[in-house]
Design a protein around this ligand. Sequence first.
Ligand code: FES
Ligand code: FES
Length: 134
Amino acid sequence: MAYSEKVIDHYENPRNVGKLDQDSQSVGTGMVGAPACGDVMRLQIQVNDEGVIEDARFKTYGCGSAIASSSLATEWMKGKTLDEAATIKNTDIAEELALPPVKIHCSVLAEDAIKAAIDDYRGKQKHDDAAPAA
Ligand code: FES
Ligand code: FES
């Protein structure tokens, strides 16, 4: 199966690989796995007081399409509000990367990771009465 040029680009030059401080109140962490293949993706966001995602990082133990999907997801999330980022769909990622049908679940993994990171961040704010409602 041939990978699209965009997948190869993100695979060869992944954007925003790395780790943010999981214990920080301003960081949300999403850790998800794909039942279909066992690949695992960690996606993290750093959110400022205005609810804007200032930084996003990922680490993916998985196939090229999963790495490209998470790399693209971090690019798209930066600068967005949480609500905007939550609207990123796996179908948008799959279309942008021209993923073939057998690799669609790799983009689903990225969407799941985005949602999990946002949920984790929002959950943290609930435990802090001083924080503005997210
Ligand atoms: Fe082997 Fe995804 S199935 S890396
Ligand atoms: Fe499973 Fe790509 S093959 S995430």
